[in-house]
Design a protein around this ligand. Structure first.
Ligand SMILES: C[S@@+](CC[C@H](N)C(=O)[O-])C[C@H]1O[C@@H](n2cnc3c(N)ncnc32)[C@H](O)[C@@H]1O
Length: 240
């Protein structure tokens, strides 16, 4: 049974995840930075650095949300970035941001599902995802479709929460995630479930070697996992 945001609702994970992000979209950026004490910004920068030598021209940012990972990827000086997401609310916030920052000619945000990408195969030089894969309804299907649209030799970079394994970070993190984060999240987002879903979905996520095994199963080669900040987050890399 997969972890879903609203346990008493009948809809599947995908629809519930889209609804949840629609509900919190207006407060998402603020909550992200407050709850992570701004570390999420550093993590995205580190992840994008993994593509520095590849100089990708066309990048696909999956689960782009309000587009922060896509904006970070501009450091690579690509010709174009396409961001896709299943939440119209998040995309709308992202589109406003791109307009304000005058980036809408470089970053295009579209409705799109990781498991059924509407792009031909071998199209993108790089496919990136930050804090998205944990929310996929079918993780393996999503990763396989990312592989399909990537050019041979192209790279995927995935940033996702992971669970610290060592004392005392393991205990400190578990306390923060279980007792503090859901309370702040609830007050600011006014969505009672969103920030209980966050720690539950991180706990259920196959991180580290388990994730590497799935990446390899769908075809990625030369895989790597790099842990950040005592293992709170990890960057995964794979080549097609
Ligand atoms: C935590 S947000 C991350 C947004 C952004 N990448 C960032 O770093 O801030 C997760 C996003 O994944 C999106 N998402 C979940 N499942 C998806 C799917 N199957 N296809 C596309 N987007 C999906 C959600 O709608 C949400 O906007």
């Amino acid at each position: 049974m997969s972890v879903v945001p609203y346990k008493n609702q009948k809809e599947g994970k995908k629809q519930q995840v889209a609804n949840m992000f629609n509900n919190i979209s207006k407060n998402y950026d603020l909550l992200n930075h407050v709850l992570s004490l701004g570390i999420d910004i550093i993590w995205r920068k580190k992840a994008i650095k993994m593509l520095q030598e590849d100089k990708p021209k066309l990048i696909l940012d999956i689960a782009t949300g309000t587009g922060d990972f896509a904006i970070e990827a501009l450091a690579l000086k690509p010709e174009k970035i396409i961001g896709v997401d299943i939440s119209e609310g998040m995309l709308n916030e992202g589109r406003k941001k791109m307009k304000q920052k005058k980036l809408d000619h470089l970053i295009e945000l579209q409705m799109g599902d990781s498991e059924k990408l509407l792009f031909e195969e071998n199209k993108f030089d790089a496919v990136i995802v930050s804090f998205g894969v944990r929310n996929f309804e079918n993780l393996e299907k999503g990763l396989a479709d990312m592989y399909r649209v990537l050019k041979p030799g192209g790279k995927t970079v995935i940033l996702e929460f992971s669970t610290p394994k060592k004392f005392p970070m393991k205990q400190a993190y578990s306390f923060y995630f279980k007792y503090i984060l859901p309370q702040i999240g609830k007050i600011v987002s006014k969505d009672n479930s969103a920030y209980t879903y966050l720690p539950e979905s991180v706990k259920a996520f196959p991180d580290g070697n388990d994730f590497i095994n799935i990446l390899e199963r769908v075809g990625f080669k030369k895989t790597q996992c790099k842990t950040l900040t005592f293992g709170i987050s990890s960057i995964y890399v794979g080549i097609k």
